[in-house]
Design a protein around this ligand. Structure first.
Ligand code: 3HC
Length: 294
């Protein structure tokens, strides 16, 4: 019988972390949302209120339910606030050294029974888990962007993850209305391993001057029935994140050339064209999150 997890901690309130906070709070769980400083905390709070206000404006969420949802979230600076959490999900930037440092600290702060999860999209969950003294209680919980909308969560089990921990988080995914799928600790897990070769190929085709961004994206929407074209999807994911994922998969996955990042991605990241979050990527956005193309 799966253990009930009541209080959820989320570390890192960027696009993914703030979206994950919303998923839990929408489903009636108490959330402690943590950042390293006040400015980052306020940014995270802004993402959450922006998303819930949009849902109210679209008539999808009652204002009273929005207030109840926000009332279930406690915003705190510093990991010490997570001492009572039953499960903590880390969603800090994709750097192994940073994630390992966060996990070592979580191991010190969190109660012994707490499950520690990482939302990493391409790093080794095993390498993160051995920064703690409880690697059997460490699991990957990989959400998809936008987290409140996408139905999938990849549950990543390492060779040491305990069976009951996998069962507990699988039951939690069901409670969130998500489809949980279980996968071992391989680079890119299931979806990113298949998706990013395609996205990278699309950038290469665009970079080669064969096709306009619009025609490339229309081809995959109108021809293949995808909800978004690959360049628009790169903008949604964030070009910096996409670069990190490709680079990690390239190095971890035996230098498969499908994952060697197209040079244009790095150039755009260096220029600050990160996609929706910076207002410009392959397309230009009036304000972050707004889907209007110039
Ligand atoms: N946050 C919260 N909700 C959002 C949102 C966001 N950022 N963006 C859209 N939504 C909601 C809308 O409010 C709307 O909700 P409603 O149906 O209750 O009114 C619903 O999603 C549909 O939105 P729109 O009508 O504005 O637009 P679309 O119908 O075009 O859908 C989309 C937008 C859901 C983003 C859709 O285009 C889509 O599914 N795109 C593909 C996304 C995808 O492939 N994600 C995976 C990326 S890979 C990844 O995340 C892995 C990681 O490791 C990088």
């Amino acid at each position: 019988m799966a253990r009930e997890l009541h209080t959820i901690g989320v570390v890192g309130l960027g696009t993914m972390g703030a979206g994950i906070v919303e998923v839990f709070a929408r489903n009636g769980l108490d959330v402690v949302a943590v950042e390293i400083g006040e400015a980052a905390l306020e940014r995270g709070r802004g993402i959450l209120t922006g998303s819930t206000d949009r849902a109210v404006a679209r008539g999808k969420l009652d204002p009273a339910d929005r207030d109840a949802l926000l009332g279930r979230v406690r915003f705190e600076v510093g990991l010490d606030a997570l001492r009572d959490a039953d499960l903590v999900i880390e969603a800090v930037p994709e750097r192994l050294d940073l994630k390992r440092a966060v996990f070592a600290e979580l191991d010190r702060v969190c109660k012994p029974a707490a499950i520690l999860a990482t939302n990493t999209s391409s790093l080794s969950v095993t390498e993160i888990s051995v920064a703690t003294h409880r690697p059997h209680q460490v699991v990957g919980l990989h959400f998809f962007n936008p987290a409140p909308v996408m139905k999938l969560v990849e549950v990543v089990r390492t060779v040491v993850t305990a069976d009951d921990v996998v069962a507990d988080v699988a039951a939690l995914c069901a409670r969130l209305g998500k489809r949980g799928v279980t996968i071992g600790d391989r680079a890119g897990f299931i979806a990113n391993a298949l998706l990013f070769g395609y996205l990278n190929h699309a950038v290469t085709m665009f970079e080669g001057g064969y096709v306009s961004r619009e025609d490339l994206d229309v081809a995959m929407r109108a021809g293949c029935g995808l909800p978004m074209g690959p360049l628009a999807l790169m903008d949604l994911i964030g070009l910096d994140t996409a670069y990190e994922i490709l680079d990690t998969m390239y190095r971890r996955g035996g230098r498969d050339r499908r994952h060697a990042p197209a040079p244009l991605i790095k150039q755009m990241v260096t220029a600050g064209f990160l996609g929706r979050k910076s207002g410009r990527g392959f397309y230009t956005y009036e304000k972050p999150g707004s889907p209007k193309v110039i």
